[in-house]
Design a protein around this ligand. Structure first.
Ligand code: GAL
Length: 339
């Protein structure tokens, strides 16, 4: 009888241990907002790359720091071996860091970069992202190709005043990508010698709907012409284009379904991300160009890092550079349509 009881206890213990282990091995991926199309694509790459390698479960914070905090608090009770976090408020990441540090749970941040001082507060913190300057420089190269010589602008200078009248669609205030992309694209164009007249900077929080509304309102109030639209991301670029189509700033005069710069009415619009929704707009000539914010590569890098941390392998042996033992930068590249 004693033997049977001991065996039962052993089974129960084994069961509990195995149960705990599988809970611990499941890695949470906590996203700031799955209704953001760029983030949704990023998530899908991550889950695809993880399949069969790492057990990742994603959580949607619905763009609410409160919801994200609740999700994280609950997950901390399960003592996961590490967590992947796309913070809602990147400036408040220290609260999450402090909690994780107490339980010695490494954190990998993606896409929304915590402050340097927070990242430096522990050696088990990592960030995977793209260098924002780089995207703005590529955007400025597209604009240079459109407007040409700053002292003798192309026909896109519709009123021939040798000044580019432009509108900027900006992402969330305080987001590293929104701030840097906006500042650097303007700096680059001015450095090249263009005279710019910024008609408006519309802050639209990365969202297509807000950009649509913003452009509608702008066109209603506006006197004079817009000659260029620079958007911090594709979603806002598409919202702005939808409004411009309705307001007849894009007119497919020969009705062939494509905006032909030589024949049709159009305004150059440049975006960033390279999301799937943007590709038909590029193919049909409504969006002049975009810059790939390479979530496909970021996802591969992320899974490699997760596996290395879980296996306890030396991080010096990773196939990419770990800058200051923390940062992994994945470069942007210009989107080249398939011909
Ligand atoms: C940016 C991206 C935006 C938006 C944002 C969310 O890198 O370009 O479209 O998704 O991240 O943090």
């Amino acid at each position: 009888m004693k033997k049977i009881i001991t065996m039962c206890i052993a089974f129960v213990l084994l069961f509990v241990l195995l149960g705990c282990k599988s809970e611990n091995d499941r890695i949470p991926l906590i996203l700031y907002d799955e209704s953001d199309p760029y983030i949704l694509e990023f998530k899908n790459y991550i889950l695809d790359d993880a399949a069969g390698n790492v057990d990742i479960k994603s959580y949607d914070s619905q763009n609410s720091q409160l919801i994200q905090n609740e999700i994280i608090e609950e997950l901390l009770d399960d003592n996961p071996r590490l967590m992947i976090i796309n913070p809602v408020d990147r400036l408040g990441a220290y609260t999450i860091i402090n909690e994780a540090k107490k339980q010695e749970i490494p954190l990998i941040f993606i896409n929304r970069e915590p402050l340097k001082k927070d990242m430096n507060s522990w050696d088990q913190l990592y960030y995977i992202g793209a260098p924002a300057e780089n995207s703005a420089i590529i955007q400025s190269e597209m604009i240079i190709e459109l407007f040409g010589n700053p002292n003798n602008l192309s026909d896109l200078d519709k009123n021939s005043d040798q000044i580019i009248q432009l509108v900027i669609f900006k992402g969330e205030q305080g987001h590293q990508d929104a701030e840097i992309r906006t500042e650097v694209v303007v700096d680059e164009l001015e450095k090249y010698g263009y005279e710019l007249e910024i008609i408006s900077i519309e802050i639209c929080d990365w969202q297509r709907d807000k950009a649509y509304e913003g452009m509608n309102k702008l066109l209603f109030d506006l006197e004079g012409e817009i000659e260029l639209v620079i958007s911090n991301n594709d979603a806002m670029a598409l919202g702005a284009i939808d409004s411009m189509i309705e307001n007849e700033l894009f007119v497919d005069i020969d009705e062939n379904g494509i905006i032909d710069p030589e024949i049709d009415t159009w305004i150059p619009v440049v975006g960033i991300d390279g999301i799937a929704d943007a590709i038909p707009y590029i193919d049909n000539g409504y969006l002049y160009g975009t810059v790939i914010n390479d979530s496909q590569t970021m996802s591969l890098v992320l899974i490699e890092l997760v596996q290395a941390i879980l296996d306890g392998t030396n991080l010096d042996d990773l196939s990419f550079e770990l800058v200051n033992d923390k940062y992994i930068w994945v470069d942007y590249k210009r989107y080249e349509p398939e011909s």
